[in-house]
Ligand binder design. Structure first.
Ligand SMILES: Nc1ncnc2c1ncn2[C@@H]1O[C@H](COP(=O)(O)OP(=O)(O)OP(=O)(O)O)[C@@H](O)[C@H]1O
Length: 262
């Protein structure tokens, strides 16, 4: 098989329900190595359910998963790093140990884990914070520590669940722009779940809309990856504004359809 076209992650025919109510039906999803894919969708459409299936927390009622072309029952925890929605830092641990915690959980000795974290602190805008505690950092800095903890594990795949959702608008935009630059440099394979259409456009190669009841991938759009810097001005470019409108229309159409059903 040609490695260059084998997706990093592939889900096919995923279906899942709770208490006899179907939430996801026959969902297909494929993510290439080095691709940044965002999943947006109305509240309750099944984004967290899908993420739980992809990260092995939940077993789908039906469907198949492949990582690097190999079928898996559920993704092995060694194959990915996951940053959940909430601030996951441990208040009693210093920043360096919070950032090293994911590595240590996987058996990397403390000194080695700290060394790897130290090599990335400056890039994450966290120089000088090593010995501080989470409460001494701003919300934006805490999220950067959580991201550092996630990516320092150097897993093939990174899942992010609303990583900037709890931040104020200015901090969120700053972090999104920073994340766009970081991705450009590191080219991680990322699956991001977000409510924020602009965040998805700023960061992604591809945006998927999860919608319907039960839900599937209703729409997907490619975001041009060219020499433009992805910052606030990028979002004002006519072709990007057009994409934003298409995504808004797709979400509105599905929200209207669901409201009519109820
Ligand atoms: N453990 C569970 N038991 C029963 N129903 C569940 C469970 N988890 C999710 N659901 C239901 O499945 C549907 C999809 O929920 P899910 O949390 O995946 O949506 P979401 O798109 O992530 O929503 P939000 O954007 O609000 O976080 C909802 O109707 C929810 O009530």
């Amino acid at each position: 098989m040609n490695a260059s076209i084998t997706p990093k992650l592939r889900a096919s025919g995923l279906s899942h329900g709770f208490d006899g109510r179907a939430v996801l039906r026959d969902l297909d999803l494929s993510v290439r190595g080095g691709e940044f894919v965002s999943i947006i969708g109305p509240s309750g459409s099944g984004k967290s359910t899908l993420l739980s299936i992809l990260t092995g927390g939940l077993r789908a009622d039906a469907g198949a998963l492949e990582v690097d072309g190999r079928p898996v029952e559920r993704p092995d925890a060694d194959a990915f790093a996951f940053m959940p929605q909430r601030d996951v830092l441990l208040p009693w641990k210093r920043i360096v140990d919070n950032a090293a915690f994911g590595l240590q959980l996987r058996g990397v000795p403390r000194a080695e884990a700290r060394r790897r974290v130290a090599s990335l602190l400056a890039e994450f805008g966290l120089s000088g914070t090593e010995r501080l505690y989470p409460r001494q950092l701003s919300g934006g800095m805490r999220q950067r520590v959580a991201l550092l903890r996630t990516v320092v594990q150097e897993r093939g795949l990174v899942f992010l669940d609303e990583p900037f959702g709890a931040l104020d608008a200015i901090t969120r935009l700053e972090l999104q722009q920073w994340m766009a630059r970081m991705w450009d440099r590191h080219r991680w394979t990322v699956v991001l779940v977000t409510h924020d259409i602009r965040e998805a456009l700023l960061l992604s190669d591809r945006v998927l809309v999860l919608a319907g009841r039960p839900a599937g991938i209703a729409t997907q759009l490619q975001v041009p990856r060219d020499s433009r810097i992805r910052d606030r001005d990028f979002l004002l470019e006519p072709d990007v504004v057009r994409l934003e409108k298409q995504l808004l229309d797709a979400l509105a159409a599905h929200t209207a359809a669901v409201t009519e059903e109820e």
